[in-house]
Unconditional design. Structure first.
Length: 99
């Protein structure tokens, strides 16, 4: 090609306006939704593994929390028992010295 023809092509390309806006092809969004729905219907191995790990972790946390609450209640009961025993002994000692 001659230099003159190339310059003419470049000028006409620079003057051309982009008339068509960028759009998704017809039916693209429906295909994406259909594929997403098909993938959601059949979970893969990683998703089921994560679900099992999450459920097992929640069960361990719940059991640990119940055990901790039970231990706290038992220690409070023992503290109350010791307090009562010390109070009884203290009053007996005070009664003995006050006579």
């Amino acid at each position: 090609m001659k230099n003159h023809e190339i310059n003419r092509l470049l000028r006409s390309a620079a003057q051309a306006a982009d008339e068509s806006p960028a759009e998704m092809p017809f039916g693209f969004d429906t295909r994406v939704v259909a594929l997403w729905d098909a993938l959601a219907a059949k979970p893969n191995g990683i998703a089921s593994l994560l679900r099992r790990v999450a459920l097992l972790s929640a069960a361990v946390i719940a059991i640990s929390a119940l055990a901790a609450v039970r231990e706290i209640q038992q220690s409070r009961e023992q503290d109350n028992d010791f307090t009562n025993e010390f109070a009884i002994a203290d009053t007996a000692i005070q009664d003995e010295f006050s006579q």
